[in-house]
Design a protein around this ligand. Sequence first.
Ligand code: ADP
Ligand code: MG
Length: 430
Amino acid sequence: MDFQALKLDHALVRILAEHEILSPTEIQMESIRNFRQHPRSHLLGQAKTGSGKTLAFVLPVIEHLNPKIPYLQTLVIVPTRELCKQVASVFRLFESYKDLQIAEIYGGVSIKLQIEAIKKGAQVAVATPGRLIDLYHQREIDFRSVKVVVLDEADKMLNMGFLPDMRFLLMEAMQNITPRLLLYSATLSHDIKTFVHDFAHGDPILEMNVSTDNLTVDECEQSYYAIPGNKYWNFVRILRMENPEYAIIFTKTRIKAEELSRRLNQEKDIPFQVQYISGDLSQSEREKIVKTFRSREIICLIGTDVLARGLDFLQVTHVFNYDLPDNAEKYVHRIGRTARVSGGEKNVLSGKAISLVTASDRKKLQNIEDFTGIRLQLKPLPNSNTIYPSPLVSAKVSPKVSQKSENSQKPQKPRRPPASHRRKKKKPRK
Ligand code: ADP
Ligand code: MG
């Protein structure tokens, strides 16, 4: 099945092909068909992370938009600024196709330009809840012409404490002509269903569940280490052994993320710099960090679950759960940063999700396994034979010390030498 068979306009198919998007994923097919065939229904789409949910709503919305009407027609609400920019950039691929204007609305930057973008007649607004509410209270945006409201990462938004904001926004948006609601999520909870039901005005709600059997991407190798003692020191060894090309590390709190990045950067045994990112950094700092990560100047980011929400970094080879997330849905979102679709669903890039499990994490691990239906593979902790001696530190590793305590473990193949860009000498730290 290709996009032409879905009777998508040739010009749209051409733009997609330029980005090597040739055949629709399952959620994209379902979503496009249902949007067209059931114009009075609200849609609730669940598909695993990395399965192309963005285009699942962008494509039917683009088809449907009228470029001649210089008013807001589609409102997309997303949980984070990064996702806002990312979703807007997907809409922008089709800007020329219909001569559309797309407004990005998120906090932490000047509101003036955003107001201008709306005044110029943007037909699409991609927004985070807080700034959108500000604009609404200032009467700089109104929802009367909105025909479609999309909630991307709906489960996260409701979990992140945005529920009152979402209720307010939908009450306002749904009071005149009733727009269609489109919700997309990697997991569909009971709360989401209730939420949609409350705003559906009695119109039918169509559920699209395309991957209930297996929520996590199959090509992602999921494993864990049982951590007996000091988590940090074990992690340094794991990190050295895994020798990741392009990685994200998740911690439970910002403070822990910051501390971990500081300690790792002082670690002589780690041959690359790690970068802390969080919501408390300024918008421009965050953008700078995301940019350096995308360009691979930095190959390892450390942050909390905020990092996991919808950010699409292609080809992340490793996701490390330094701390296990407190619920299984978060786990699915985190590990969705690896093994993402590229060039059609058949061609999923492989990746590893590695979790550190302490004695008190057992219950969480059980919940994750129950939720995903996958048993995470237990890996032996690395000993000095399994760690590739980095050129910087080979003289400092003391095999005797490490073998004494862990020589019962199965040795593994040494990893390839680190890539040259990671061999750079680290700047001395004070
Ligand atoms: P999700 O929202 O489901 O997590 P995204 O919409 O962020 O997934 O898409 C993940 C990646 O897959 C993006 O890089 C996107 O360009 C790519 N992609 C989406 N649809 C297709 C497709 N039909 N064929 C190939 N790649 C695709
Ligand atoms: Mg998404």
